[in-house]
Structure formats: C-alpha cells, structure tokens
Design a protein around this ligand. Structure first.
Ligand code: FES
Length: 76
C-alpha cells in the first residue's frame, strides 16, 4: 500500500539519505554480522542502515508503529 498526500501524490519513505543515488542498497556478509545486528526500517536513523532509536521519535510524532529489523544468532 502507498501513502498519499491530500493532493493524491504518493509520498517518499526516504527523506534525506543518499539522495544522489538511484537506489540505496546495503549489503553485508552474514559472517561479518557477529552475534547481533539491528537495522533501521524507518529511514530516520543518523547511523543508517543501523537503528539508532530514532523510530521512537518518528512513531510519537506521526502515530506510526515502525521498528528495526534485528538479526541475531540463536541463543545456544
Ligand atoms: Fe529506524 Fe530504529 S531508527 S528503525
């Protein structure tokens, strides 16, 4: 589903990151992730692509409910 402005124009998710690129892509080797990595999905992190907690402020301001993607090794 797309979000629309009152004028009907579709809005952007990425407001400020790497806007000179045609597409923002990050790639990580699974072997380099370590025991846990937390990735931003709200596009507001100052440490993008990693989550810095900025989703909390975004959710408060907008009523949204976005949060990070957490990848971790299973507890032994
Ligand atoms: Fe974007 Fe946490 S800062 S998901």
């Amino acid at each position: 589903r797309y979000f629309s402005t009152p004028s009907g124009q579709k809005s952007k998710v990425n407001l400020s990151l790497n806007k000179d690129s045609a597409k923002v892509v990050h790639s990580f080797d699974i072997e380099d992730i370590g025991s846990k990595a937390v990735y931003c999905r709200c596009w507001r992190s100052k440490k993008f692509p990693y989550c810095d907690g900025s989703h909390s402020k975004h959710n408060e301001e907008t009523g949204d409910n976005v949060g990070p993607l957490i990848i971790k090794k299973r507890d032994a």
